[in-house]
Design a protein around this ligand. Structure first.
Ligand SMILES: Cc1ncc(COP(=O)(O)O)c(C=O)c1O
Length: 378
């Protein structure tokens, strides 16, 4: 069965080309080809220049898989599967591997759509576990425990979290993994924003390092600013999951694009510099966003994110957020993402902190609010 249409992709399809400032992106400014190639070492430059554009290794280039293991404490290259369709492909493979008709999954909520929209198409059900907005978007472990059913097979989590910027403590995360282990369910940990914690000491361990049944998902899109490569991966010590995902992958992308693999290898070898670049962009935008939204506290309720390139303030104006977003986009060419895309009705909007143009975009929002194109809420 075909899953329900992906609202976020539809939304960007409708608006992306019509606005000047996408102020709600989940990635950071993309790197140019020139910038990336300047980071190549002699070995990767030789690989790039002599690249054979035939099919690649279905599991991923051996050097790329080796470079990916650097993100983990315990993983070997044999336990990494490269996905040529990004993290989106990894999620698709894992949902298909873990869920059958009649099964049940838990999904931390709100969620990136494929984490919950694929389950129903497989004949499974997914129960959302809501993060607590009143409590710094905290994950309630009791809620997870109470939502477990005899047919629960998987728990899909995503920290640092899209769209709230939530990040549990290390202790909370380990307790969550322990709870899943005791319940005999597989944790799929979407870690695509890992490395973008605002306090680097708050970085969580990868789920696949802590628990040999859990799966971690990574990608070049977010922390490295290379979404166009479409290189993602899944990492797990659970051989049954690895084997099944690889069988299925022969029916999706088969192998990643040869140029994308070498470019990803170049980036991973320069990993700390690229992550630092992304963090610099986010951390310079964060105080600007914070002062903008607190200055306009009549119009917005701000909650500081802990990690990642997004925040999720609430619109206080007596206007449905969809209407506010569409009017702002039309009037000022600035795009926010309404929470209705996440099937929410809390009048929130997603702010992207990863684009250097954010300050200019916020100046336009300032003009928009000043022009009283919308009621002031007074
Ligand atoms: C939480 C989460 N997981 C996975 C993805 C998919 O990443 P990609 O499109 O690079 O495959 C995204 C993209 O926004 C995301 O936010």
């Amino acid at each position: 069965m075909i899953p329900e249409r992906c609202k976020v992709e539809q939304f960007f399809g409708e608006w992306d080309a019509r606005v000047e400032h996408v102020a709600c992106a989940s990635d950071v400014d993309g790197l140019s080809m020139r910038e990336l190639l300047q980071l190549a070492d002699p070995e990767t430059m030789a690989l790039w220049e002599g690249l054979d554009l035939g099919y690649t290794d279905t599991l991923g280039h051996p050097l790329l898989r080796e470079a990916i293991t650097e993100q983990y404490a315990r993983m070997t290259a044999a336990e990494i599967t490269v996905c040529g369709g990004g993290a989106a492909e990894a999620i698709f493979l894992l949902a298909n591997v873990l869920l059958e008709p009649g099964d049940h999954a838990l999904v931390v909520w709100p969620a990136f759509e494929s984490l919950f929209r694929i389950a129903p198409a497989l004949g499974a059900t997914a129960t959302p576990i809501e993060l607590d907005a009143e409590n710094g978007w905290r994950l309630d472990l009791d809620a997870v425990r109470q939502a477990l059913r005899p047919n629960t097979r998987a728990l899909f989590v995503n920290f640092p979290h899209n769209p709230t910027g939530a990040l549990p403590t290390r202790h909370e995360f380990e307790q969550l993994l322990e709870l899943a282990r005791e319940a005999g369910i597989t944790v799929v940990s979407d870690e695509v924003y890992r490395g973008l914690e605002h306090d680097p000491d708050a970085m969580l361990p990868a789920a696949c390092d802590v628990d040999e049944q859990a799966v971690s998902i990574g990608v070049m899109s977010k922390a490295y600013g290379l979404a166009g490569l479409r290189v993602g991966w899944l990492a797990t010590r659970n051989k049954r999951i690895t084997d099944a995902a690889r069988v299925l992958k022969d029916y999706t992308t088969v192998c990643a694009a040869a140029p994308a693999e070498i470019l990803a290898l170049i980036a991973l070898r320069a990993g700390p510099r690229l992550i630092e670049r992304s963090r610099r962009i986010i951390l310079s935008n964060l105080p600007i966003g914070e002062s903008f939204f607190t200055e306009h506290s009549d119009a917005f309720e701000w909650a500081a994110p802990k990690a990642g390139p997004m925040a999720f303030p609430r619109l206080r104006l007596p206007v449905p957020v969809d209407e506010f977003v569409a009017d702002l986009a039309r009037e000022k060419g600035v795009l926010f993402l309404p929470d209705t895309i996440f099937d929410m009705t809390d009048n929130r909007l997603r702010l992207g902190l990863g684009r250097s143009s954010l300050p200019t975009a916020l100046e336009r929002v300032d003009d928009y609010l000043a022009s009283r194109a919308v009621p002031t809420g007074s």
